[in-house]
Design a protein around this ligand. Structure first.
Ligand SMILES: [Mn+2]
Length: 385
């Protein structure tokens, strides 16, 4: 049995204010062509389907098109929610869609969902574990559940998995291997200090773990516990990643499971360039196709440059960020990065207001400002109330 594993589509995402929707449509089509060529029996989509819990219209339309074509060309599609998805919204129509081979686990309802498949070697069980926080598992168990690791272990052990059969898990968690931590990217939601870790050993009953959450394609410990990674580069920290989809081939129980990484080629690459402006403009004009890429440019000119962004955008229309590096200024950061330098000078309320604005496309209203002021005052040990 052949299965294709992808994850972290983040449909509807914007990167540095650029909409990725065209790039996502392109890469999802490429995945469909890959499926036509490889003819997998199933496709595993390991969470962060959308970039936000209330995705924009064009994102919903793109996912609709993708899933319609996907279910027309493979027998079974499995999809879980990630931390960016709304579990309830992603679950819409799941009982109807199941009839067409699309299995969605959005909301965790107390038991690990299982879908049984079979091939010439017998049963293959696909388990679907949507992203969850410890508090979402807690009500279903008697033992104390304080951490992500305890939550995942409790759910897996209560599933009574038959280890004589082949078992596959879809999960969207931060999997670590003892003290070894996986590679992170800036486009993932960052968390603080190890709270979210789930140790690899929790997944022992599974022959293959199709993970989502981390945007760099990578294995954790064994070859068969794997992050598919995002299909596109969503931050400059990923400029050197080779994005891919993972194709695994299941033989009999206990046989080695070969995993092939099928490269994904974006409509526009996302990359960093550095040098004097004349040089960068010359290269851009000579390589017309590369000039369409999403660019982070670093200019090394010693002299002042008039309207550097304007000049560069004539050749690189998708220039995303610009900074300067020369002996006079050392390293002067672009407006976006400069803003992050100023973080230390901002009040917690200003920072929260900026965050709220980014998340909701809406400013805090006066009532919300008052509530947040009280919370910050209390957190700071202020005497209010
Ligand atoms: Mn993600």
């Amino acid at each position: 049995m052949k299965l294709l594993h992808i994850a972290d589509l983040h449909i509807g995402k914007r990167v540095n204010a650029f909409s990725m929707i065209e790039d996502q449509a392109h890469i999802l089509k490429q995945i469909l062509r890959m499926i036509d060529a490889e003819k997998p029996d199933g496709v595993l989509i390991a969470g962060d389907i959308y970039d936000r819990s209330q995705p924009p219209v064009e994102a919903v339309e793109l996912l609709d098109t993708f899933l319609t074509e996907l279910t027309a060309s493979v027998r079974s599609v499995f999809m879980i929610s990630g931390n960016h998805d709304s579990p309830e919204r992603l679950s819409f129509g799941r009982r109807i869609m199941r009839k067409n081979g699309l299995h969605i686990a959005g909301v965790f309802a107390g038991v690990l969902q299982k879908v049984g498949l079979t091939d010439a070697h017998g049963a293959v069980n696909i388990y679907l574990l949507p992203f969850l926080k410890p508090a979402m598992a807690k009500p279903f168990f008697e033992q104390p559940i304080e951490s992500y690791d305890e939550a995942v272990r409790a759910i897996i052990s209560s599933a009574k998995i038959d280890e004589r059969e082949r078992n596959i898990l879809l999960t969207h968690q931060f999997v670590v291997n003892g003290a070894w931590l996986p590679a992170r990217s800036e486009s993932e939601s960052l968390s603080v200090g190890g709270l979210e870790n789930v140790d690899l050993s929790a997944f022992a009953p599974f022959d293959y773990v199709a993970a989502g959450h981390l945007h760099k394609p990578q294995k954790i410990g064994r070859d068969t516990v794997r992050y598919a990674g995002s299909p596109l580069k969503y931050s400059f920290s990923e400029a050197r990643h080779q994005k891919s989809a993972a194709l695994l081939e299941l033989g009999a129980k206990g046989d080695e499971i070969p995993v092939r990484l099928l490269p994904l080629i974006p409509l526009r690459d996302l990359r960093e360039i550095k040098g004097p402006i004349a040089e960068l403009l010359r290269i851009g004009r000579e390589e017309a196709s590369g000039a369409k890429d999403y660019i982070h440019a670093t200019l090394t000119d010693e002299a002042d440059i008039y309207d550097a962004i304007g000049q560069l955008r004539l050749v690189y229309p998708n220039l995303m960020t610009l900074d300067f590096e020369n002996s006079r200024v050392g390293r002067v950061l672009s407006p976006g990065a400069a803003a992050s330098d100023a973080i230390a000078e901002k009040s917690p309320l200003d920072l929260f207001a900026a965050f709220y604005q980014m998340q909701n496309n809406n400013e805090l209203n006066p009532e919300q400002v008052r509530v947040m002021e009280r919370i910050f005052a209390r957190a700071a040990g202020g005497a209010e109330e």
